[in-house]
Write a protein that binds this ligand. Sequence first.
Ligand code: NAD
Length: 531
Amino acid sequence: MKIVIADELPNSAAEVLAEPGWQIERLVRVPRTDLIAALSDTDALIVRSATKVDKELLEHAPRLRVVARAGTGVDNVDVAAASARGILVMNSPGANSVSVAEHALALMLAATRSVARADSAMKSGRWAKRDLSGAELRGKTLGLVGLGRIGQEVALRARAFGMTVLAYDPFIAAQVATDFGVELASLDELCARAEYISLHVPSTAATRRLFDRDRLARCKPGAFIINTARGDLIDEAALAEAIERGHIGGAGLDVYEQEPPRDWHLTSLPQVVATPHIAASTVEAQEQVGLEIASSVREFLHDGTIRNAVNFPALSAEEFGRMRPFARLAQDLASLLAQIGEGRMEGFLIHYSGEIARAQNEVLLSAALVGLLAPILSTTVTFVNARALAAERGVEVIESRSSRIRNFQNLLAMELRTSAGTRRVEGTVFDHGSARIVRLDGVEVEAPLEGTLIVMSNDDQPGVIGEVGTILGRHAINIGTFALGRETGRAAAVVSVDETPEREGDGRVTGQVLEAIRAVRAVREAKVVRL
Ligand code: NAD
């Protein structure tokens, strides 16, 4: 396993990745050509904001499975290009929330109490006591635009200052607001009531320039605007004008439309306290961001656990742990279908029943599509790009579910429709975690889903098991289990075998072995499946 760290990360982060057999290469501030060369056999790439992970870079990284951004914004990563190549993109969004929240409070206090102006007067030998009276935060109303990770941390701290906290966040559960002692409000109401407005939303099409001339005009006279989120949430020219007119009392800014700003007019106003995008620049946040991203990468490379992915639905560690055996089952069942199926794939149906029908189970469809497409595509197929690849190839995907429990607590049923016909399989996971196929093309047959399987259908006649056993024995192939199911004249068999390829010419289920099995009179079909 090779991991490249392309930007500065604390040593503690690299230590998290120190595993026997894992090679860590630190390539900080090296020429891009060196980085590109190193990526030819790299599994994971960790960056901060300096390295541009663009399409060209990704094209030179055939083995890359994950790009990890230590920090929140992934502006420096071409997420679409990574997704198309099946590469997971992760970030470490929560690690600096407290640092940013504390900075938002620092800006509120500094703007209200003219800390920067007072300090600058002192430094120039001026006693400006009379010019610089302020106000208390206590009893004032704070309006949070966005009640996510950082907004919540700000709410906690603002309440400790005795403030009333409102939030505008149409996507947050009402219970979260209640838990943090926050009253949810519309943006208009928030602007009309708040003496302080602090922004904590991402920059999206809906939030860009949310605070434009019109919105600022609707703010309570004398209100302070605090922005530690993203510069483009505010029309800076309009804010400068509103402050100069005296409608807005002042601002505390850490982020700007252009960084560094091209026009310094807004930051030079005496009512504005400005810092150069340092809200997350604390010892603790840097350490935490590095540790968090390194642990996420480690878990992903180790056992596939996905945390904080920006191009894959999030699953908590607990949910992922619960779903993992079923994801394995989905992938193996679908892979079996792909390997026994013939013809062009046209449609794929997956049906969940029992407990997994109720769980957060998006991961199962992705896993199934990996199983279905990986055996036939040359591109790397992963959870990240499997759905897009299926759509690209015109495979119609249908999901259905029922919470009714049949013979098994959980059951995954799949159907693959191709130009040659339709094949069906069903499978389950037993209590001890073992994945089994339980039905093949309507015939009940129970076998473990692992290793090499010979999947057969035959007329229900005596002697088939003996003849197949003899053929396998002749080719030095050991039989693990021989599962047989019957249904009115038809039989299906799943034979798990041990292949011992070290034996010259023998010990493997070759085309010749399959031909010999197919030549047995009652056998209609024999295919090998490798999982
Ligand atoms: P988060 O994803 O946890 O929270 C964002 C919240 O905004 C969510 O609750 C979401 O529901 C809400 N939201 C999204 N669209 C909205 C809309 N149109 N209207 C209202 N609410 C909306 O994010 P976070 O970690 O709290 O980060 C908040 C902001 O802080 C982001 O812009 C992030 O980039 C920025 N940030 C800045 C720094 C810095 O150094 N200054 C560091 C980290 C994060």
